[in-house]
Structure formats: structure tokens, C-alpha cells
Design a binder for this molecule. Structure first.
Ligand code: AMP
Length: 374
């Protein structure tokens, strides 16, 4: 079976690496002009001229990148199975549509309102009560196109800074930590849920994911499973879906969803019986899903901006190094390291050992060690 992937970055690369043992072949469709996938067949098409060519070479279509025109996915879906469905793309490209769907399905969100002028941003900030987070309603990711308003007086400057005609304005959530759940749904509706991971961000970029998230109440995992199940069933979803959430004193609050394999699920490559990548390939190919049981305790460390001392990392018997074959650039995701351990104490120790070889990595602070920092 030939799988067509829209997008040609590291997620596509890891999908292919997981798909080859199942005898899948891959054709990537790149609209950026700078594919980094480095394997499979790549069609570079900045002007959208070769879509039919792409389609003629594949049996099924999926994506590793959600910022592509919905019309493209819809056009493809008329000819070949496209998983996940174009509606999933449409929902996650528009924060208003996404939060509305969450609300309809009983998934808690921050209180939110839409602003379409500097004046209405000020009024919304007053109505919700500051602090609030204003985000461009479309085209935003990794914290880009966002501003926190500490007072309604900040509205004018925030409106100018974001420079977008329509803003999603959310009440600022006082969370104890950020978490996510990665789940997969098969063509037959079979569901599987990975354990929730705790995600540590620095300057808007994910740096560490710990899974299973430490000190997690049982009902929290159950709540997250219920929410993502509602979403997948509503959308008739096939493939891996990720739901990013805030953990608060009053339970989970949903932030956003990603209709694809996700950076916070990279730990599953060595840390789970079946990786998110293999399960995505299984789902879009119509196969039974693999077990999502963890193999132990995991931490994923992102390699950002510079590679650091890779040779030293490779000497560590517990460090599983994954490199994406990309050039160094500030803020760029170049690879990740998965670390496994039998106890959280050992995990912290191992992660710190790895981090010393990754210059520019923020200190590893999570719920495992935050209090002991004094
Ligand atoms: P997003 O692009 O929506 O994922 O937001 C990027 C980051 O901004 C999140 O990972 C959070 O750290 C932070 N953030 C987003 N929305 C809120 C909110 N309503 N309250 C507090 N922090 C937020």
C-alpha cells in the first residue's frame, strides 16, 4: 500500500520509519519548497500544479501538517480515502470552530469571546476579566500571534501586535501544568488511548514530555479519554488525534487539538508497545490497532536550535537519539532524545545527564522536581 502524506517534515519522516516494517511505501507532498523528510518519494509543489500526479501515485492520503487549505484535502477526498477527514482540519484551523465544538461535546474550555477590533478587544477583556490571552483566530501555532492582556488598557497595543482581523480571546487559565492525550481511532471505530503526558514548554516550544504524567489522578486520565473519544466519534476520525489540555484545581480544561501525530507523543517510539506513528499508519491503512501500553516511564527531550554533543548522548545506554537531518537554526526542532527508566527518580537523573550535552536546553523542571527547587 502506498501512503500519500501531505507535508514532508520530521513527522512524515517518523511515519515512514514506522510504516516500512509494515511494507508501506510513501509519497510526500510538499508545499513549503524545503522538505526535510529525507526518505520516500517527495513531490515539491509550491504552486499546486502536481496534486493530480500525487494522487495518482497513492492509495490513501494522510497528513503530518494541518496548515494546508481544506479545499485541497476535500478535493483529494473525492478521489481517495483521506484520513483524518477534512472536517478535522477545518475545525483545528479555526479556534472559534474548535472551541465551539468542544463546548457542544461537553469538553471544558477557558471562557472565551471573539474580538474583531481594538475596541471590541478592550470590551471583551473587561467582560471576561483580565488577564486574558488573545490569539489570532486562524493561522496561529506554537504561541505565535498571541498576546496576554494584563489590563483592558493593553488592548490597543495587543491588537496592533497581533495584526489579525479576528481574535479568539480566552480567560487566562491558572493551570498547575500542561498535559496532552494522544489517542487513535481505527477505520472500524476501535479506540486506544495513550497515557497522558506532562509537557514542559519554554518560549512557546515543547521541551520535555514525561509519560505517564507523574502524580496523575485516575479520574484525570478517564476525563481526558472521554473528551478525546467524544471528538473522534463526532468527527468519524481515523488516525491519531492529540488533545492539549491544562490541568487545574477544578479538572482538565482543553486548549487545542492537533489532527495528527504530535511532538508530545514522540516518547511512544521506545516508551510504548506501539508508537503513535505505527498506530497512525495502522489506522489509516485499515489495520487493527497496536497496544498503547507504556513499557516503563519515559521522558522525551527535544533537541532545539543546535545539535549539541550528539556523540556524548550516544554513549549513554539509556538515551535513544532521533535526528531529523535538519540544519541548525534558532528555535528549530532538530531531533529528540527518548529516555526510559523504572522510577521517576531515575528518570530525572537520566534526563539531567542528557541535558548537559544539549546546550541551550532549559533546566529540566517539572512536577517531579518543582517543589524541591526551593
Ligand atoms: P496555543 O497556541 O493555544 O497552544 O498556546 C500556546 C501556549 O500559550 C500554551 O501552551 C500555554 O502555555 C499558553 N496559553 C494558551 N492559552 C492559554 C490560556 N487560556 N491560559 C493560560 N495560558 C495559555
Amino acid at each position: 500500500m502506498r501512503i500519500g502524506v501531505l507535508g514532508a517534515g520530521q513527522l512524515g519522516r517518523m511515519l515512514a520509519l514506522a510504516g516500512y516494517p509494515l511494507a508501506k511505501t510513501f509519497v510526500f507532498y510538499d508545499m513549503s519548497g524545503s522538505p526535510s523528510v529525507g526518505l520516500g518519494e517527495v513531490i515539491v509543489d509550491r504552486e499546486g500544479k502536481y496534486l493530480d500526479d500525487f494522487l495518482s501515485r497513492v492509495d490513501r492520503v494522510t497528513y503530518e501538517f494541518e496548515h494546508l487549505p481544506v479545499e485541497v484535502a476535500e478535493k483529494l477526498a473525492q478521489e481517495k480515502p483521506v484520513h483524518p477527514c477534512p472536517r478535522a482540519l477545518q475545525v483545528c484551523q479555526n479556534r472559534e470552530a474548535e472551541k465551539t465544538l468542544f463546548g457542544e461535546l461537553g469538553i471544558p474550555t477557558p471562557r472565551w469571546k471573539i474580538a474583531d477590533s481594538a475596541g471590541s478587544l478592550r470590551a471583551v477583556a473587561e467582560n471576561l476579566g483580565c488577564p486574558v490571552v488573545a490569539k489570532s483566530n486562524t493561522e496561529g501555532y506554537d504561541g505565535k500571534g498571541q498576546a496576554v492582556l494584563r489590563s483592558p488598557e493593553d488592548a490597543e497595543a495587543a491588537w496592533e501586535a497581533i495584526g489579525h482581523p479576528r481574535l479568539m480571546v480566552e480567560k487566562f487559565v491558572e493551570f498547575s501544568r500542561e498535559v496532552s492525550i494522544v489517542a487513535v481511532r481505527g477505520e472500524d471505530g476501535q479506540l486506544a488511548f495513550y497515557p497522558i503526558s506532562e509537557n514542559v514548554h519554554h518560549e512557546g516550544i515543547l521541551r520535555y514530555s514525561i509519560a505517564p504524567a507523574p502524580k496523575l489522578e485516575k479520574h484525570t486520565q478517564q476525563d481526558a479519554e472521554r473528551y478525546i473519544k467524544e471528538l473522534m466519534n463526532e468527527l468519524g476520525y481515523v488516525g491519531v488525534l492529540t488533545l492539549e489540555l491544562f490541568e487545574t484545581a477544578n479538572g482538565l480544561v482543553a486548549n487545542e487539538m492537533a489532527p495528527r501525530v504530535h511532538n508530545s507523543g514522540h516518547w511512544t517510539i521506545e516508551g510504548a508497545m506501539t508508537s503513535q506513528f505505527e498506530n497512525h499508519i495502522r489506522a489509516v491503512s485499515g489495520h487493527p490497532l497496536g497496544s498503547v501500553e507504556p513499557r516503563g516511564l519515559s521522558c522525551m527531550i527535544n533537541i532545539i536550535g543546535e545539535h549539541g554533543e550528539v556523540e556524548r548522548l550516544l554513549e549513554l545506554p539509556y538515551a535513544h537519539v532521533h535526528l531529523y537531518n535538519k540544519g541548525e537554526r534558532p528555535g528549530r526542532k532538530l531531533g529528540h532524545v527518548n529516555v526510559l527508566a523504572d522510577s521517576y527518580e531515575e528518570l530525572v537523573w537520566r534526563v539531567r545527564n542528557c541535558v548537559q550535552f544539549l546546550p541551550g536546553s532549559p533546566e529540566f523542571i517539572s512536577s517531579l522536581n518543582r517543589k524541591s527547587k526551593g
